[in-house]
Design a protein around this ligand. Structure first.
Ligand code: GDP
Length: 481
């Protein structure tokens, strides 16, 4: 009886409200349609407009993607020195080289994908991004990877702000409008972009870029909140996401499906350790500032946060065998800690080891790995990082560390508003160890703060609108609410 109803419900919901395309091979990517078995019921549904634009995108990707006839013809433009018009193939591209840690790369990829959707371009991922062992192909039939024989692929590594392809930097607007359009442009969208490069976020520049067939973006940031400040995109983003607090949530669930190996790691760990607990709490510990000897201070901060916010119960200090009468008696809470080292795990585990709690709840502490150092090029570390972000996203309540894109991915995929542990410098008020986030959205760490009319830096202030505010964990960052 129950089993049957369950299966019917799964069949209905496995496309996540139409977010995912139907009919893809299940065996080659088990996670795509099985994620619904592990996640809580999705609170919000994607808008029907987002669903229809995704299906249109998939059709465009199929028509223009790697090795299609249109792709081959658009490649020929790369041999031209510049011309007025490139629209004979009907295909335009944005190639993304995503750099730095996995969280950063995922955020910049989702941003580039939304940019492609907004500008009717096809997204192609530079193979150096090394995503093939982490994520299934998200689009039906045609790959999202740029073929490794792409004519100028060897030049990508050397692209930086000095490259001649970085026209935004090298030439003034006047030159652009009077000369033929280049076939290819490099856009530097890293946290260290300068005033010229920030013009990407201006309407004029977008008008110019519209007709350039190949755009190559190098990025390590989440840049969607700033796309929202560009007039033609603002309305479209609002139509796609009537609730702007769900932008990365839906894009992430659409794009990022663990490969079968990662899925096996996730599900094995989940089924063995977490599945049976009555409640699952995630704690992501990441120390991004260089404060010396942080251990005791950070441990105290975590314990203060989970205590004050009633995420974990206090230890029962009275030694008597008095049994608490509580409706929570013998309920289990599984705590999933992720961190590069195991010190916090050891300390918290020891604290709860063999001791009763004031509520009578039983606390179990887990940590899947401790890698000690960040090594972003290491395949196994990336697999563990992705599996741990995913596991954190399956918890009921989540505590994250300020500034960390690793935490942002976990919270958004999980649809969770986390409690954010402040970094030491950012303590708002003495004694305040963490704060509940206003939305599950990632923080954009380095907004351009650029006035497109005056063409100058505006200082760390944005005209905040009701949908964007400064981040809880990074005061000069911005996020959707
Ligand atoms: P951020 O630096 O916190 O913004 O997150 P990123 O994901 O961009 O970069 C940090 C990288 O360090 C990750 O991609 C992992 O390779 C590694 N890392 C950091 N914290 C953890 C952790 O808790 N578990 C694992 N397995 N790796 C981690």
């Amino acid at each position: 009886g129950d089993y049957f109803t369950n299966q019917v419900e799964i069949a209905e919901d496995k496309l996540l409200g139409g977010l995912l395309p139907a009919g893809l091979d299940e065996k080659s990517c088990m996670s795509r349609y099985q994620s619904v078995l592990y996640r809580k019921k999705q609170k919000q549904q994607p808008s029907s407009y987002l669903v229809s634009r995704l299906r249109e995108y998939e059709a465009l990707h199929k028509r223009c993607g790697p090795f299609t006839e249109s792709y081959n013809r658009t490649l020929e433009y790369l041999n031209s020195d510049g011309q007025q018009n490139y629209n004979s193939t009907g295909c335009k591209y944005v190639i993304l080289t995503a750099i730095h840690g996995l969280g950063n790369r995922m955020l910049s990829l989702a941003s580039a994908f939304l940019y492609a959707l907004l500008t009717n371009r096809v997204l192609l991922v530079d193979p150096v991004t090394k995503f093939s062992y982490l994520f299934c192909e998200p689009f039906p039939e045609v790959s999202w990877f740029l073929p490794s024989n792409f004519p100028i692929i060897d030049k990508f590594k050397s692209f930086n702000w000095k490259s001649p392809e970085n026209l935004i930097k090298q030439k003034s607007h006047a030159t652009w409008t009077s000369s033929p359009l280049p076939p290819c442009l490099y856009l530097h969208l890293e946290h260290d972009y300068d005033n010229d490069e920030k013009q990407f976020f201006c309407g004029d520049d977008q008008k110019f870029l519209e007709n350039v067939p190949w755009l190559i973006i190098k990025s390590n940031i989440y840049f969607i909140p700033s796309l929202f400040t560009i007039p033609p995109f603002q309305e479209e983003i609002s139509n796609l996401f009537p609730d702007l607090g769900t932008v990365f949530h839906f894009l992430g669930r659409y794009l990022f499906h663990p490969t079968n190996f990662v899925w096996w790691v996730v599900t094995e760990y989940y089924n063995t350790n977490l599945a049976r607990a009555d409640e699952k709490i995630g704690i992501q510990i990441r120390l991004l500032n260089k404060y010396p000897n942080p251990f005791k201070r950070v441990l105290d901060q975590i314990l203060d946060c989970v205590g004050k916010e009633n995420l974990l119960p206090q230890i029962n200090e009275t030694k008597s065998s008095f049994v608490v009468q509580s409706e929570k008696l013998n309920r289990t809470k599984a705590v999933l800690i992720t961190s590069l080292n195991s010190k916090y795990f050891e300390a918290i585990k020891t604290m709860y080891w063999n001791r009763s709690t004031v509520t009578g709840e039983v606390i179990q502490i887990y940590q899947p790995s401790h890698e000690e150092y960040e090594r972003n090029r290491n395949e196994m570390q990336n697999i563990k990082a992705w599996a741990e972000m995913y596991l954190l996203s399956l918890t009921d309540k989540l505590v994250t560390s300020g500034w960390s894109t690793f935490g942002y991915v976990a919270q958004s995929l999980g649809g969770l508003k986390p409690w954010i542990l402040y970094l030491y410098e950012d303590y708002k008020a003495p004694g305040m160890s963490c704060q509940r986030a206003v939305s599950m959205e990632p923080c954009m760490h380095a907004p351009p703060y650029f006035d497109c009319t005056r063409k100058q830096y505006t200082g760390n202030t944005v005209k905040l609108n009701p949908h964007i505010q400064h981040c809880e964990d990074k005061l000069w960052g911005i996020k959707f609410i």
